[in-house]
Structure formats: C-alpha cells, structure tokens
Design a binder for this molecule. Structure first.
Ligand SMILES: Cc1cc2nc3c(=O)[nH]c(=O)nc-3n(C[C@H](O)[C@H](O)[C@H](O)COP(=O)(O)OP(=O)(O)OC[C@H]3O[C@@H](n4cnc5c(N)ncnc54)[C@H](O)[C@@H]3O)c2cc1C
Length: 359
C-alpha cells in the first residue's frame, strides 16, 4: 500500500508515523524548505543548539489526552512555564503597573520546544521518504483506483491513498481539486488557520535578570507592540529569553522591521529595566508572510480560536482515497498541537481501515 501525505507539519508527520508503524509505504511531501509547519525553533547558528520557539510553546497534557499519550510514546519531557513574581501591565494607567497574574493550570513547556515532537516523529523515518521544497499543485482522480498528485515542478506522482495535511484554506485556494464537492470547499474556506496571522518576537539574554527584580518576565499590554509576553528561559536557566506576541496588524508591523524592533526593545526596557535594551539577539517570526500557512482569507478578517468544524472535513473523498488531516479538522482541540496529533492519527487509522476493507 502506498500513501502520499501532503504537508509535513505535526499532523502530517503523525499520520506518516502511524502509517509507517503499520508497514505502509509513505511519502511525505512538504512545500517549505523545512519540516514542522507552524512548529519552528530558533537554533544557535554554530552549534545548532535549540534556543527558543518561534511557533507554539505550550501544551496542557493534564487536560490533553492525545498530547499526553504521544509525549510518553516519543519520550518527550515537560516543565512548568515560569510565572514567579509580578507581571508588568501596560496601558491601564499613566505608568506601568506591577502585579502578579495567575498562570494557567496544567500549562507546560516541552524540553527542547515543540520541535522535539517533530524531531522524534521524523527521526525514525527514512529521509528519502520526506521531500521538502516540493509544493503540490493539485490532486486528481487517476481512474485506476489511484490518485494523482501534481507537483508544482510538473512531476506527477500516484498513490493509492492521499492525506492532505496542509492548512484547509491553503488547500482550498491553492490546490486544484476538480472532484471536490462545493460543500467541502466552502467548509475549508470557512475554517481559519489558527495563529496564521500572528507574529512572535523572541529576545535572548545572558541571564534572566528580570527574575532578580521579582518579575515573572510577563507583560500584559494594551499599547504594544507586544500585547503579551512571557519568560521563555530554558528549564536549567540557560538561554534566558522573553517571548511576546506582536499586536500590530500585519501591514503595520511589516512596513519597517527596524522600527518594529526598536519599539519592542523600548517596551521591554520600560517593563524590565535598562538591561533589556541590549539582548544578544532579537528575532521576529511573522507567520502572516508564509504562503504555505496563511491566505488572504485569514488576513481579511482576524479569527477567533477555531471551533469544531463540520463532519465533511473528516470524511473521505474521491472514493475513500483522499482525507484531510490538519489540526483544524480535529474534533479534539482544533487548531492546537493536541488537534494536530489527533487529526494525523485519526486520518492514518481511517486509511488503514479503508485499505483493510478493500482486501
Ligand atoms: C505563533 C504560534 C503560536 C502557537 N501557539 C500554540 C501553543 O502554544 N499551543 C498549541 O497547542 N498550539 C499553538 N499553535 C498552533 C500549532 O502550532 C498548530 O496547531 C500545529 O502546529 C498545526 O500543525 P499541522 O501539521 O496541523 O499544520 P501546519 O503546521 O500548518 O502544517 C501544514 C504543512 O503543510 C505544508 N503545505 C502547505 N501547502 C503545501 C503544498 N501546496 N504542498 C506541500 N505542502 C504544503 C506547510 O508548509 C506546512 O508544513 C501556535 C501556532 C503559531 C503559529
């Protein structure tokens, strides 16, 4: 049985892993130069040591059974989000306020960041079964119980089954799928891709100096550019870092990167003192510039957290040979890491059940 999985984010990699464990011949095709999708890390250039997350950071294994199961299977370790001390609150008075803010029950970070999940899932796959920098342009009926996958390069691949693990709006707008029913395309277009319009900033320091001043490294701000920020230091206290979500809209923040960085440093200094003005590095990851993740539909109206989408997103199409499996298709925690693991696992098991029925 040969299966093509389109998109090597967490859901695609999870699907590939379940299929591979069942003895299937799986090929993962990824448009981007690297795997991981919305999961991405900042690495030390020379040593390749993990420094910080540029995509997701938190999981809630206490409340997320699928994450808890996969973390155990993959040997993933977690640690508490640091939240000791006061947060700095901006925009609620003439001067910054200091007060503790409650953390979220059960919210933890992954040692090595969520890329540890990507590494663990991909490490055991044969590298020849993952093709990066290979955008898919269309999925067609092949006629002979097979599906044709057209690559943008002009190459055509065929498979018995296909799992589409790209963001739903990306698939609906950028992949040719002439067989797709209108109701499916409508449901896909209506499903925002969680966090696809967001940007994250990470400032790296020698020491988590804010902790000595009784600060949690946390900011809640009405003024920005960071609307919220958190301590992002590693579990052993090294690679001291603060990360924050940028509240400026994509067009404003993309106008002048230097201006954006100056404004972030000014805000960090206002909150944490003069030491914050000179980080070892300040990196901005703007997800709204990645055409493999975001579409104009996402950019035209800022989305709430996705709810559970209609059943058609989880059904098989094209005679049972094509399924969709990105986090937003999940019935459990759509849009989150938990949703990606659940969606990938569900689609792979559905493919295996479909194959066993055929024989
Ligand atoms: C800034 C940020 C913060 C977040 N914070 C959290 C958090 O703290 N906790 C949490 O649980 N979740 C968080 N999330 C959400 C989480 O990252 C996602 O739910 C998860 O990574 C989705 O994985 P996925 O594989 O389903 O989709 P994606 O990661 O979107 O993967 C889709 C893949 O498809 C590829 N692709 C697209 N088009 C094509 C094509 N034509 N051909 C081939 N490949 C294609 C893309 O390049 C991508 O690799 C955050 C996301 C972001 C961006």
């Amino acid at each position: 049985m040969n299966i093509i999985v389109i998109g090597a984010g967490l859901s695609g990699l999870t699907a590939a892993r379940v299929l591979r464990d069942a003895g299937a011949d799986v090929l993962l095709i990824e448009a981007g130069a690297q795997i991981g999708g919305r999961i991405r890390a900042l690495y030390e250039q020379k040593t390749n040591e993990y420094l910080a997350d540029l995509g997701p950071t938190w999981i809630w294994p206490k409340y997320q059974p699928v994450v808890a199961k996969w973390a155990k299977t993959l040997g993933i370790e977690t640690f508490e989000q640091f939240n000791d001390g006061d947060a700095v609150i901006l925009g609620y008075g003439p001067a910054p306020l200091r007060q503790p803010l409650p953390g979220q029950n059960g919210m933890v970070r992954i040692v090595g960041g969520p890329t540890a999940l990507i590494d663990a899932l991909s490490n055991e796959m044969d590298a020849t079964n993952i093709r990066t920098s290979t955008p898919v342009s269309g999925i067609y009926e092949d006629g002979s119980k097979r599906v044709s996958v057209y690559l943008r390069s002009g190459e055509i691949l065929t498979a018995e089954n296909v799992i589409v693990s790209t963001p739903l709006r990306v698939a609906a707008l950028r992949l040719e799928m002439p067989w797709a029913p209108q109701a499916l395309l409508d449901a896909m277009r209506r499903t925002p891709t969680w966090m696809s319009t967001h940007a994250k900033a990470v400032a790296l320091y020698d020491q988590p100096f804010w902790r000595d001043a009784g600060l949690a490294g946390r900011i809640a701000s009405r003024t920005g550019p960071l609307v919220e920020a958190h301590d992002h230091t590693g579990p052993d206290g090294t690679t001291a870092a603060i990360f924050g979500f940028i509240g400026w809209s994509p067009d404003v923040r993309q106008r002048d990167q230097d201006e954006l960085k100056r404004a972030i440093l000014k805000q960090l200094t206002e909150c944490f003192g003069p030491e914050a003005a000179n980080p070892m590095d300040l990196v901005v990851q703007d997800w709204a510039t990645n055409p493999n993740i975001v579409t104009n539909l996402d950019l035209s109206a800022l989305a709430n957290h996705p709810g559970v989408g209609p059943a058609i997103l989880r059904q098989a199409h094209l005679g049972g040979r094509v399924r969709f499996a990105v986090s937003e298709t999940s019935e459990i925690s759509p849009g989150l890491i938990e949703g990606a693991l659940a969606a990938g696992e569900r689609a792979a098991k559905d493919v295996l059940a479909h194959i066993s029925h055929e024989f």
